[in-house]
Write a protein that binds this ligand. Structure first.
Ligand code: GAR
Length: 208
């Protein structure tokens, strides 16, 4: 079976990128990461990619006249690697129409809350400030909104009275590293079907 060609956009540490690479390498999912692109020169995600011999690009937004031109360069790189699925992994920019149009319903994101609660920045702090007892993470398809696209997988974690933003983030991250590769694997196996706003998971025995 041919492996799904994945391109990853990341702005920082890249631990979610790592979890996808690990799953691919262990043969748990029918996918391979072909290219990693970052908007930050110092992103550790780029170093991780290089460590595995995966081509890594820094695309400097400041070198482009506008967002469309910046995104056109990103699309150019992704197409060069014949990417079939784009994974946002801690990519801290809103994806614009240039990338969206090039990869319709072929872009996923991971967000550290149970969407639609707490979209945008500092999701864990938002959860603590709100006093929720349960939080978690969400993998979703990306649409033009901020963390608004169709939900693919979610995982819940408890929120404790003495949690800090860091302790909650760490508990959530552990789940992120499980469900992001799972979602990529489901996509690779053609099991995700979009019906309106809902993502149906077809076939297989595993109950998500
Ligand atoms: C992750 O917690 C991810 O869910 C979050 O940034 C972190 C990136 O970590 N993403 C967002 O908040 C997007 N709105 P990583 O670089 O180690 O994968």
């Amino acid at each position: 079976m041919a492996l799904l060609k994945v391109g990853v956009l990341a702005s920082g540490r890249g631990s979610n990128l790592q979890s996808i690479i690990d799953s691919c390498q262990r043969g748990e999912i029918n996918a391979e990461v072909k290219v990693v692109i970052s908007d930050s020169r110092d992103a550790y995600a780029l170093r991780r990619a290089e460590k595995y011999g995966i081509d890594a690009y820094f695309v400097n937004v400041k070198e482009y006249p506008d967002k469309a031109a910046y995104e056109a360069r990103i699309v150019e790189i992704l197409k060069q690697y014949q990417v079939e699925l784009v994974c946002l992994a801690g990519y801290m920019r809103l994806v614009g129409s240039t990338v969206l149009k090039a990869f319709p319903w072929r872009i996923m994101n991971i967000h550290p809350s149970l969407l639609p609660a707490f979209p945008g920045l500092h999701a864990q702090r938002q959860a603590l400030d709100h006093g929720v007892k349960i939080s978690g993470c969400t993998v979703h398809f990306v649409d033009e909104g901020m963390d608004t696209g169709p939900i693919i997988l979610q995982a819940a974690v408890p929120v404790y009275d003495d949690d800090t933003e860091e302790s909650l983030a760490e508990r959530i991250l552990e789940q992120e590293h499980k469900i992001y590769p799972q979602a990529v694997g489901l996509f690779a196996d053609g099991r995700l079907q979009l019906v309106g706003k809902k993502v149906i998971i077809n076939g297989g025995k595993k109950n998500y």
